[in-house]
Design a protein. Structure first.
Length: 166
C-alpha cells in the first residue's frame, strides 16, 4: 500500500476507534440526544461521517454508485442502536480499504468527481485523489472529536474515553 494512503487509513482507523469507544460508553437514547434542538446527536454525526467517507472514497474514488442522502443524516432522530451505527462505520471502512489498497502513488494525482445530490444544496467538485483523502481524513477526525466530547458530556460517570486526559 502506498505510504500516504497507509497514513490516511491509519488516522481514519484511529478516529474510528475513538468513535467506537464513545458509542460503547452510552445508552441508545444518549446516542440520539440533542443537547439543543439545532445541534446534532452522536447518531447524526456517525451517519454523517459514514456518508461522507462512502461518497468520497467508495463512490468518487472507487466508482461505486452514489447513494447518499446527506440531509437525512442530520434529520434522523432515534435511529439505529450503537451496534447498528458501528456496523455502518465498519462496513464503509471495509469498502474504503478494499479500494484504497489498490491505489498506486501515481493514482493519487488522478482527478475524480465528487457528486452531491441536488437536495443537499452542495455543489460537486473534481479533486485529485490525494486531496480527497486528506479532506476525508480531516473531516472524519473533526467529527470524531465532536463525538468524543458529546459522549463525555452525556456519560453517567467521568471516564476518560481516550488514553490521554484532556
Amino acid at each position: 500500500m502506498e505510504s500516504y494512503v497507509f497514513d490516511c487509513l491509519e488516522r481514519l482507523d484511529r478516529s474510528l476507534g475513538h468513535v467506537e469507544k464513545s458509542i460503547l460508553s452510552l445508552q441508545h437514547e444518549q446516542l440520539w440526544q440533542r443537547l439543543r434542538p439545532q445541534m446534532n446527536a452522536i447518531g447524526n454525526l456517525v451517519m454523517h461521517i459514514a456518508g461522507n467517507e462512502y461518497q468520497h472514497i467508495v463512490s468518487a474514488i472507487g466508482g461505486q454508485p452514489f447513494i447518499r442522502n446527506r440531509p437525512a443524516e442530520f434529520k434522523a432522530d432515534f435511529g439505529g442502536d450503537g451496534t447498528e451505527l458501528l456496523a455502518l462505520l465498519h462496513d464503509v471502512r471495509q469498502k474504503s480499504r478494499a479500494i484504497l489498497d489498490n491505489l498506486s502513488a501515481s493514482d493519487l494525482e488522478k482527478e475524480v468527481e465528487v457528486q452531491y445530490s441536488p437536495d443537499s444544496k452542495v455543489e460537486g467538485y473534481t479533486w485529485p485523489i490525494r486531496k480527497i483523502l486528506l479532506v476525508v481524513t480531516e473531516h472524519y477526525s473533526y467529527h470524531s472529536g465532536q463525538i468524543v466530547l458529546l459522549a463525555r458530556i452525556l456519560q453517567e460517570n467521568d471516564t476518560h474515553l481516550l488514553h490521554w486526559r484532556h
